[in-house]
Design a protein around this ligand. Structure first.
Ligand SMILES: O=C(O)CCC(=O)C(=O)O
Length: 262
């Protein structure tokens, strides 16, 4: 990650890495997804928050579990955890020894699929797991998304939308803006090609614009955290020692693996 890219990420809260993946890598991911297409599920609930500007004729489709698929299907997804075109960005943003917090998950949208409300950002950062600040020449960032595009997202298609700079916002985003009903000119529709990767801090206000293109949207999301902290429990199945059972609930709470407490 060079000095210009660092400046842009700090300024805007996101950066696009063009051609992060080769055409062959994109093809291998898409073939593996096609092989498991029966696992793609349309969401039961709407993400549009009742907004007419985000409404559509169907809900978003999701799929997960790629890292546990049989070989060779899992392989392209495992390689993305440490991809040489992407890890240097995560090393800079999260520090070396970053960890997979959760994911990967696929977002798939067919023509007419509704969007999802904008969320996160500014004062909505609930705690340090999603913090963003800059100190002594270094970026300090909590939960960070790498969104690998497995299909083109061109102008007017919809898809990933975000408010540049909102990771530093000090005031709440207007509700009508989160619903994409007002101030649409300040919401950037991210345009990227299959193979590009968009890296953004989860504190950036972001969401999904209704999908208008004829082809299926496919975006693959990995969510990373610095190695020392967690937003979720990640892949860890923590085997607690037996004596935990004998502890008072408040004592037990202190023993838990790093994860977001709700
Ligand atoms: O559609 C997108 O790419 C954004 C997804 C999103 O908002 C999220 O995963 O929190």
């Amino acid at each position: 990650m060079n000095a210009d890219e660092k400046y842009l990420f700090d300024l805007m809260g996101y950066i696009i890495i063009p051609d992060a993946l080769t055409g062959e890598e994109v093809k291998r991911c898409n073939q593996a997804i096609d092989h498991h297409i029966g696992q793609l599920r349309e969401m039961q609930d709407s993400l549009a928050g009742g907004s007419g500007a985000l409404a559509g004729t169907s809900h978003r489709k999701d799929m997960g579990g790629m890292l546990s698929w049989d070989r060779p299907w899992c392989e392209p997804f495992r390689q993305l955890l440490v991809h040489p075109n992407v890890s240097p960005y995560l090393d800079t943003i999260l520090g070396k020894s970053y960890r997979l917090d959760h994911g990967p998950s696929l977002i798939a949208m067919d023509e007419g699929t509704e969007g999802g409300t904008l969320h996160g950002g500014g004062i909505e950062r609930p705690n340090f797991s999603e913090a963003y600040f800059f100190k002594d020449g270094r970026i300090y960032c909590g939960l960070t998304v790498v969104e690998f595009m497995l299909a083109d997202e061109g102008p007017g298609d919809g898809g990933l939308g975000l408010i540049p700079g909102s990771h530093k916002a000090n005031l709440a985003c207007p509700h009508t803006m989160k619903l994409y009903q007002q101030y649409q000119q300040y919401v950037v529709e991210v345009n990227a090609k299959a193979g590009d990767a968009v890296v953004f801090t989860e504190t950036l206000t972001h969401g999904t614009l209704p999908w208008k293109a004829k082809h299926q949207r496919r975006a693959l999301l990995y969510k990373f955290s610095p190695g020392f902290q967690a937003y979720s429990q990640g892949a860890h199945q923590v085997a607690y020692p037996d004596y935990i059972e004998d502890m008072a609930p408040e004592e037990r709470a202190v023993m838990e693996a790093p994860h977001i407490r709700r």
